[in-house]
Design a protein around this ligand. Structure first.
Ligand SMILES: NC(=O)C1=CN([C@@H]2O[C@H](COP(=O)(O)OP(=O)(O)OC[C@H]3O[C@@H](n4cnc5c(N)ncnc54)[C@H](O)[C@@H]3O)[C@@H](O)[C@H]2O)C=CC1
Ligand SMILES: CC(C)CCC[C@@H](C)[C@H]1CC[C@H]2[C@@H]3[C@H](O)CC4=CC(=O)CC[C@]4(C)[C@H]3CC[C@]12C
Length: 369
């Protein structure tokens, strides 16, 4: 994408553009990418809000499609300059089978890569995840680590396994010749736990608190730090790296970058209370109210119940053996690789990120406000 006098001529494709992160990426591109001529939003489920975006200067093309269908992906990719691939099954609650998670997250990503190669699209940004690294099956902490910190990234759960495989495919594809002879330039962004407007897990916590009379009961020690990053800053990192990928292909191509900002290091529950507290909820207990072994037992019972009830109903509580293990293992990042490589700085301060998220929670249906 040779630099030009900001003449709008570029075509971007965002897969998963109707999702929690995808929507923020779509809106951020429309606000902050002046070279955009067309923005293609590819998703299995198109959202009604897309219609309101079609009145602006940029052509917004909504494409209902499935990343597991290679021909649908190829048709969406053809003619695009940049692909931001954020579509995926983000499931650690047992909603989808391991096979389906693999099919969407791995085969879907392979289809995006092959579509870029076949149609001549040169720039591909993949939304990976902290989970590619950890927490690992041994529960080893990752304390304020960076992209070069040694860590035994061993996984069993289908979600992190699929993200790790997909990220590997994307990074290995860097440098392959696309149709037309140019090299494919790829990179992967690894958000830690994303929060912000539209975060379903935050909504679930809030609703759980409302069901218990405005109270949430501490299950995780306050000392267990969990990395979190505001969705707007994750979206901004995607937009920025997409812009810099051509100019700095030799440096950025084949690289991974953690997504980070100034969000404080706290336990998952304490961090959520930064938003849920001002919305009327209280976290009961300065220490976990139940011993860890009892939480493990309850999580295991939830998994058993899920298996027994599956023929009748999908039972997917927040607490299961995997979510308990992840929540109980410190995983935080401290890095500036994205700043060093492509000048990333968070667009939203912690105060702004917090205010925006609180405002969103307050507007949720049934709000205690
Ligand atoms: N939510 C989080 O805390 C984190 C998310 N991520 C990654 O960010 C990306 C986006 O995640 P979220 O926005 O949280 O999830 P989401 O579930 O809100 O969005 C995913 C989007 O992909 C679409 N999609 C799913 N299967 C598809 C298919 N077969 N074909 C086309 N579209 C399909 C969904 O309809 C949805 O709109 C994912 O790749 C996820 O692994 C990474 C780190 C943290
Ligand atoms: C009630 C239990 C004790 C725990 C409740 C909290 C859990 C539901 C969440 C704790 C950590 C979260 C995960 C973490 O943020 C890393 C993630 C990265 C992704 O790519 C997708 C989401 C997730 C797996 C996230 C999911 C919810 C938690 C397990």
């Amino acid at each position: 994408m040779a630099e030009s006098a900001q003449v709008p001529k570029l075509v971007y494709l965002v897969t998963g553009g109707c999702g929690f992160l995808g929507e923020h990426i779509v809106r951020m591109l429309l606000e902050r990418e002046p070279r955009l001529r067309e923005l293609r939003v590819f998703d299995l489920h198109l959202s009604p809000w897309l219609e309101e975006l079609k009145t602006g200067p940029v052509q917004v093309t909504a494409i209902q499609g499935d990343v597991t269908q290679a021909h649908e992906v190829a048709a969406a990719v053809a003619g695009s300059h940049v692909v931001i691939h954020t579509a995926g099954l983000v499931d650690v609650f047992g909603k989808a089978s391991p096979k389906t998670i693999h099919k969407v997250n791995v085969q879907g990503t392979q289809n995006v890569i092959e579509a870029c190669i076949r149609t001549g699209t040169q720039f591909l940004i993949y939304t990976s995840s902290m989970e590619v690294v950890g927490p690992n099956v041994k529960g080893h902490p990752f304390y304020r680590g960076n992209e070069d910190t040694p860590y035994e990234a061993v996984h069993r759960h289908p979600y992190p396994c699929s993200k790790a495989l997909a990220e590997q495919l994307v990074l290995e594809a860097n440098g392959r010749k696309v149709n037309g002879g140019q090299p494919l330039v790829t990179c992967a962004l690894r958000p830690t736990g994303i929060y912000g407007e539209g975060h379903q897990v935050m909504r679930d916590f809030y609703n759980q608190g409302l069901r218990f009379g405005g109270r949430l009961f501490r299950a995780i020690p306050a000392s267990v730090e969990h990395g979190r990053v505001y969705v707007g800053n994750v979206a901004w990192m995607h937009v920025l790296v997409a812009r810099e990928l051509e100019q700095r292909a030799a440096l950025l191509g084949g690289q991974v970058y953690f997504c980070y900002d100034k969000s404080p290091y706290k336990s998952y529950e304490d961090f959520n209370m930064e938003f849920l507290g001002p919305c009327g909820l209280r976290l009961i207990g300065t220490h976990p109210l139940l011993p860890y072994w009892l939480l493990v037992l309850l999580a295991t019972l939830n998994a058993l119940l899920q298996w027994l009830l599956r023929p009748l109903v999908l039972y997917t509580p927040l607490l299961n053996p995997y979510t308990l293990a992840v929540a109980n293992t410190t995983f935080t990042v401290s890095t500036n690789k994205a700043q060093r490589h492509f000048g990333y700085k968070p667009l939203f301060s912690w105060e702004e990120s917090k205010a925006r998220t609180i405002h969103w929670v307050q507007a949720l249906e049934g709000s205690a406000w």
